[in-house]
Design a protein around this ligand. Structure first.
Ligand SMILES: [Fe+2]
Length: 237
């Protein structure tokens, strides 16, 4: 019996590992295309912080709640619930608002309209409540946020702000959150495996597009990074 379970779990773990590696490569690719903070104007620095705030302040908890509603395994639910608990208990949206205010970068209508369509695309993806693809997207998101904090803090410093609670907290806690979501992914894939033809990276691709709009604003960027370097929509894992 034990060996039968082991035979079932091994392919799930190895598929999970492959997904994790693709997510990590997508994050690395995103960061390799980031501009140097020192090269940005005050307007560009402000725009990145405002658009980041316009997206994260009101949507992170909503999307993590979508992940909670979508997963079926008890382990994934417990991991996501702990993440949500921390977000609400420590008032992470309030931390982000303080960060934006201190950097003189509170979002305006214009900032919200710039991210509107890409944001809608992610919202509609979340609304489909597909467990594994949402967990893959949120693992990518947590990994991105953790690495983005040093860049964000540098932008805020350029704006004359010394407010660091949001960036300090997320540069640390999201390391554990990312690892937790990959454990949740393994648990969910074992209990609720996606169809072989399912595109597990759809949410990562949509979120990557949104994050690039946050960074690039109105500028026509030179690249649109494909989340896992895949030319097509199908999963290669
Ligand atoms: Fe947070």
């Amino acid at each position: 019996m034990t060996s039968a379970i082991h035979r079932l779990q091994t392919p799930v773990r190895s598929r999970g590992k492959s997904i994790q590696e693709q997510v990590e490569r997508a994050i690395d690719r995103f960061f390799s295309a980031l501009p140097e903070p020192a090269q940005l104007s005050a307007d560009q620095r402000r725009g990145i912080i405002t658009r980041y705030s316009a997206v994260l302040e009101g949507n992170f908890i909503y999307w993590m709640t979508g992940a909670y509603l979508a997963v079926k395994s008890n382990e994934a639910r417990a991991i996501i619930l702990e993440n949500l608990h921390e977000e609400v208990r420590d008032c992470h949206p309030g931390m982000l608002r303080k960060f934006a205010m201190a950097a003189h970068a509170v979002p305006t209508d214009r900032d919200a309209s710039l991210v509107y369509q890409d944001l809608q695309n992610v919202r509609q993806f979340i609304g489909r409540l597909s467990g594994v693809p949402i967990v893959v997207m949120m693992a990518f998101f947590e990994g991105f946020i953790q690495k983005f904090m040093a860049f964000l803090a540098e932008l805020a410093a350029g704006q004359g702000s010394a407010e660091r609670e949001y960036t300090d907290v997320h540069g640390v806690c999201d390391v554990a959150h990312t690892a937790g979501l990959f454990r949740a992914l393994d648990a969910e894939m074992a209990l609720n495996p996606p169809d072989a033809a399912a595109n597990l990276f759809e949410g990562v691709d949509l979120l990557s597009a949104l994050l690039q709009t946050i960074v690039q604003g109105e500028a026509q960027g030179p690249i649109r990074v494909q989340a896992a370097g895949r030319p097509s929509a199908s999963c290669s894992c």
